[in-house]
Design a protein around this ligand. Sequence first.
Ligand code: ADP
Length: 274
Amino acid sequence: MSPIDAPVLQVRGLSKSFGTNQVLRGIDLDVPRGKVVALIGPSGSGKTTILRSLNGLETPDAGSVTVGASHTTADGSAGKDEPSGVEHNLPPLTLDFSATVSPREVAALRDRSAMVFQHYNLFPHMSVLQNVIEGPIRVQKRPRAKVIAEAERLLDRVGLLEKKDAHPFELSGGQQQRVGIVRALALKPQLLLFDEPTSALDPELVDDVLAVIKELADEGWTMVIVTHELAFARQTADEVVFMADGVVVERGPASQVLREPKEERTQQFVRRLL
Ligand code: ADP
């Protein structure tokens, strides 16, 4: 593998139980730089728990997560242009959950990945702009004027600059989710995580949000997307991973897994949704 293809995300042996309920049973996942992986599977199979583990919101019992390989090319120069100036030449960060993981390591993991939630999770008492700049200014300690300028550029890009002073309750679900996406982008993460980003939306609002995500994929962002929108996954994802009962049942190129799944469980699932 050439350095430029090194995975941005490497998950090994991730396991997690809630009480006696073993939700993840040794998950391995690789996401190469600039690639999109769609995570599909029945409700309760552990998809959200994986994403939350990648964003420091859940602490796995065992396994490891590595984010960000060094992406300099063989001649030592930086790799290809990154979306929106994302710093990709940080040394890789590995959290080994079989040992004790410190709050500082969790914070570092959260700094490299950003999550877009099913229910948007915007701060209701803050304006759109405040929602977007809060993380970069307060947590990442980046300069306020620069963060605001970037936030306004990103809001403009998704057609919401004129709503920057509005509060979330004044926006449609689709607009709130576009703010959720902008908030994630403003953190300049190496990895974008989407947890069923359109499943809370009225059907007529779904396409606008999916179009934004597709654009980000085309721009080269590295993403993991949990979704039930299989047609979208087929268009957007490079790889599809089908999970059931806390294990990966099947994985492969999106067209293969969605059109010609090898495993019977995948066949049943895909047939029902496509
Ligand atoms: P999916 O995203 O595939 O629907 P989840 O990762 O949300 O699956 O959930 C997997 C299982 O873990 C479910 O049985 C769910 O009830 C359980 N679970 C998730 N989060 C918690 C929690 N915080 N406490 C207890 N059980 C949980």
